[in-house]
Design a protein around this ligand. Sequence first.
Ligand code: AMP
Length: 580
Amino acid sequence: MTDPPALGIDLGTTNSVVAVVEGEQPETLVNSEGDRLTPSVVAISDAGERLVGAEAANQAVKNPAETVESVKRRMGDDVTFDLQGDEYLPEQVSAMILAKLRRDAAEYLGGESQRAVITVPAYFSEDQRQATKDAGAIAGFDEVAILSEPVAAAVAYGLHDEDVRTVAVVDLGGGTFDVSLIEQGSANDFHVEATAGDTDLGGDDWDRRLADWVHSQFEAEHGVRADDSPQAVQRLQEAAEEAKQRLSAQSETTINIPFFTQADGQPLHVDETLSRDQFEELTQSLVDRLEPPIEDVLDEAGMSQSEIDEVILVGGATRLPAVERRVERVLGQEPRRVLHSDEIVAHGAAIRAVDLTDSQSATLVQDVTPFDLGVETRHGRFEPVISRNTTVPATETKTFATSERNQTRLRLSIYQGNRPVARENRLLGHCVVSGLPPMPPGAIALDVSFSLRRDGTLDVSVSGPTGEIHEDVSVDDVSGLSDEEIERMRLEAEQHAREDQRQARLAKEKTRAEQLLSFVEHNLSQDRFPAPEQSALEEARVDLVDALDSAESPDEIEEYRNELERAIPRRHLGHGTDDD
Ligand code: AMP
């Protein structure tokens, strides 16, 4: 059997999507709930069960303490999430989402994929990329490649026409807004030229505006609010999101929430009508917030709108007509859109995943580093070696001099960031050079070379004038987790997968046992079994009832069920009907 194909995964802030290329075209896979989008939510239920996806999202409002949402915003941060007393790193929480996506894909593909291309925002730092890679490893993938979301989108739009040089990718998802300018070098070889965004702007904000409006209309009519009922608040949010989506296609909609709350023992229902014009007025200031990042990205790249060959829309919330109009106005051309704008990033990742399988065709995707990478110099100043928006892979060398008399040892601190004071940036690691000859300050020149690889790892080497002083450090695992940690977390994740499977089998065995019991009990009560077999049957029946009450393992239930089945006289077997 051939291995299952590599997965393309859009690990989103609000939703995640999985796609594969099996024939020619990328295809979105549905999850075990039958949905194309899986909410990026993880929770532990009251009963202590781990929930991922829609199940977790559905209970989020009433169980906020045991629910983690938007973990993508915390990737690479030094934080943990507490779920029923256990602490989890952001990469572990992300791994739970990835593990579900991988399991559900395996149902469809007939086996678990070992490789994946996971997309991240263009502005993700090396640490955030590494954390995402680690999450993939914890979820059990052997090989994970990271790809920038706007590049994935361009790949999926199939913009490999030679005439298309510069593409603006406008991505408005559930929780974030990103704009990137990407350039095509040779055919289908893209790199990110510049990127900007608003990490606090997304489709959810439109939902909240609409929900607030509905709630205040309701209050004006009935004189009460329902803020203290999490269920009512959740229903309102869901109704608002649905109404928002309907207003993308129609000019008016009604919002009905029966039994929203009550007053003086009387049930009160929400019933509001809203036009698209009214909705656009309510959300005008959100649309205004799209403009500054678009302007910033043009500034950053030193480009005017006339230099852009294509504008593409990504993310579910770009379906809002007001968003599309505003993008068209600011960028001066009609954007291209596809039907599934919320799946397009996963499709691009799936196309790249084919390259991952077929190592003959090396990936041509290029990225830029969104931050300066450099070293600390005198008085804590930060001196970039590779500057931001440099195309990756990149190698740069800068020369530094010793600063003290008779300095024989030099410790270089390596940072990532865009701040002029070194310690305001992110420390990646150190590199120590010793054995320098004693000389006056400034007399020894050291060449510091940074090589940033496409997978986000950085190699630093320092060579002195004699050529003898040479240090190589790789900072890849300074930011990430050690192999042992990944292995441990991977085992934990696997154990959970096993536990989940055990629970599923237990449930299945219980159902089968209950069906058999109901058949046997019915026939016993009707006196349908011959007398000699009755006592054996009764005994086996009681055993199975006991096993159902106390058994923790599906095997045990199966064993007693088999026993009861054996006790049934032959002519009664095939108990599909009990009237024979
Ligand atoms: P994404 O993160 O790309 O899955 O985008 C999710 C956001 O897109 C959510 O806020 C959705 O409500 C929003 N969205 C999806 N479909 C539509 C639609 N037809 N009109 C407006 N917003 C939509």
